[in-house]
Design a protein around this ligand. Structure first.
Ligand code: NAI
Length: 480
């Protein structure tokens, strides 16, 4: 029986391995992690991450051919194929701080693999890593190998949180990069055989190692760039009276451009986009390509601009101060159908409003109070470390309270900021909400999900990103 072990039981390792176990009953899959709490949760009824469909897949396979364990060394030593899906945070100190990927966790995983291995193995990069990481990993493994042979493959993950299970069951493509030697090709074939259990042959792409590593960074940069492009347009729409939804529809119907990923919003978030672009920028700089680096940097700058612009809209509309005003924050996760708050635009928006002394009442159906306090007190980039190694601020933000429904969040509030596009925010009883708010009552829709006209009829002053401005907002300064 082929044995697979995945180091790192996170948002990628957990769902990916669960789907491999589901589709390959003849393969034994062990997912291991140094975090005891994560593994305990994977073995319980309350999985550590929320992802539609994940519960069912895990329940079907757990204990049969899918195991979650903290016994990292045992499972690695027994495996034929070892996936590595550990954190790759942005460096906060030393060379490349603020941009380069910190490969501490990767390196320690590689050294451990070399230490405990007693048989030849295929080691698969599942984490997103800088180009040429495989070379470094290869060196660590071969210099410590005691005669054991390792083949390194790059198999970046393209799943999107919120739709991870669907993406894994029906991937647009699976990408496998390996050495162009006979041994490398044999390793590629072995991994191809795993995916071939359910992925059509023509969707399994094989490349050299460096193309696979770079394709992942490039794909995320392209996706983020689309969002920044439409967000840049949203500012121009507000200034000219155009409607960004109409513009993006008109643009997206061009088959060369396509309609996806063209929704204007308060900004992109998630653990990958910013980190991967910073990483790409750093690689460009290291390779003497400052113009290319500058080009990609701009994608992040526009994202920051969009978040600032939103905060400025809120503050300027409310008579240039939100000091001591209650603002309801609807949604904190970086997008709907996930509880993930990593790099969510809500963090910067909340920090911006708190900087102007607002009181915040936050509701998100999937995010806990503890998580929100952590996010609002943690330093930039500190979130991307195993949970038990994350530096914690001893303080909590007192002007922030968390509630368990939208009606409590908005009661007596002066304004509402919609920061995640949860479906339930579309169908709230906004008349009831309006009646319980301070007047004038404001809605700032950072995701363009409410019907602004209906809300205006009720009496709200409404700001929708990239849409023709409410007369109230027309004379207010909007520029960040
Ligand atoms: P995560 O933080 O949810 O999971 C990483 C896990 O690795 C943690 O549970 C941590 O405790 C564990 N870990 C770290 N060092 C370890 C070690 N030496 N031994 C055993 N376990 C160790 O991160 P996530 O989101 O799963 O991301 C993993 C990688 O995949 C990152 O490189 C990320 O950029 C990439 N990625 C993430 C995607 C996403 O949507 N979250 C999508 C595609 C790629």
């Amino acid at each position: 029986m082929v044995k697979i072990c995945c180091i790192g039981a996170g948002y990628v390792g957990g769902p990916t391995m669960a789907v491999i176990a589901l589709k390959c009953p003849s393969i034994e899959v062990a997912v291991v992690d140094i975090s005891v709490s994560r593994i305990t949760a994977w073995n319980s009824d309350q999985l550590p991450i929320y992802e539609p469909g994940l519960d069912g897949v895990v329940k079907q396979c757990r204990g049969k051919n899918l195991f979650f364990s903290t016994d990292v060394e045992k499972h690695v030593s027994e495996a034929d194929i070892v996936f590595v899906s550990v954190n790759t945070p942005t460096k906060t100190r030393g060379l490349g701080a603020g941009k380069a990927a910190d490969l501490t966790y990767w390196e320690s995983a590689a050294r451990m693999i070399a230490d405990v291995s007693k048989s030849d193995k295929i080691v698969v990069e599942k984490s997103t890593v800088p180009v040429k990481t495989a070379e470094a990993i290869e060196k660590i493994l071969t210099h410590n190998s005691k005669g054991i042979k390792f083949q390194i493959l790059s198999n970046p993950e393209f799943l999107a949180e919120g739709t991870a299970i669907q993406d894994l069951l029906k991937p647009d493509r699976v990408l496998i990069g390996g050495r162009e030697t006979p041994e490398g090709q044999k390793a590629i074939q072995a991994l191809k055989d795993v995916y071939a259990h359910w992925v059509p042959e023509d969707r399994i792409l094989t490349t050299n190692l460096w193309s696979a590593e770079l394709s992942k960074l490039a794909a995320n940069a392209f996706l983020a760039q689309r969002i920044s492009s439409v967000n840049a347009m949203s500012a121009l729409c507000e200034a000219t009276g155009a409607d960004v939804t109409q513009v993006s529809y008109a643009v997206g119907t061009d088959t060369r451009i396509g309609p996806k990923f063209l929704n204007a919003s308060v900004g992109f978030g998630g653990s990958c986009f910013q980190k991967d672009i910073l990483n790409l920028v750093y690689i460009c700089e290291c390779n003497g390509l400052p113009e290319v680096a500058e080009y990609w940097k701009q994608v992040i700058k526009v994202n920051d601009y969009q978040k600032n612009r939103f905060v400025n809209r809120v503050v300027s509309s409310m008579f240039n101060t939100v000091s001591n005003k209650k603002i309801a924050i609807l949604g904190f996760a970086f997008k709907k159908d996930t509880g993930d708050t990593r790099e969510t635009p809500a963090i910067d928006v909340c920090k911006g409003l708190l900087g102007d002394k607002a009181r915040l009442s936050i509701y998100d159906p999937q995010v806990t109070e503890d998580q929100i306090q952590r996010d609002l007190t943690m330093n930039k980039f500190d979130w991307d470390h195993p949970i038990h190694l994350q530096p914690m601020s001893p303080s909590t933000v007192k002007q922030v309270s968390m509630v368990w429904d939208a009606y409590s969040a908005t009661k007596d509030a002066h304004g509402i900021c919609i920061l995640t596009e949860w479906d339930e925010f579309k169908t709230l009883d906004y008349k009831k909400i309006y009646d319980n708010m301070q007047k004038p009552a404001f809605v700032f829709d950072g995701r363009n999900i409410v019907n602004a006209e209906k809300l205006r009829e009720i009496g709200f002053i409404v700001y929708s990103i990239g849409k023709p401005l409410d007369p109230w907002l027309k004379d207010m300064p909007a520029v960040a």
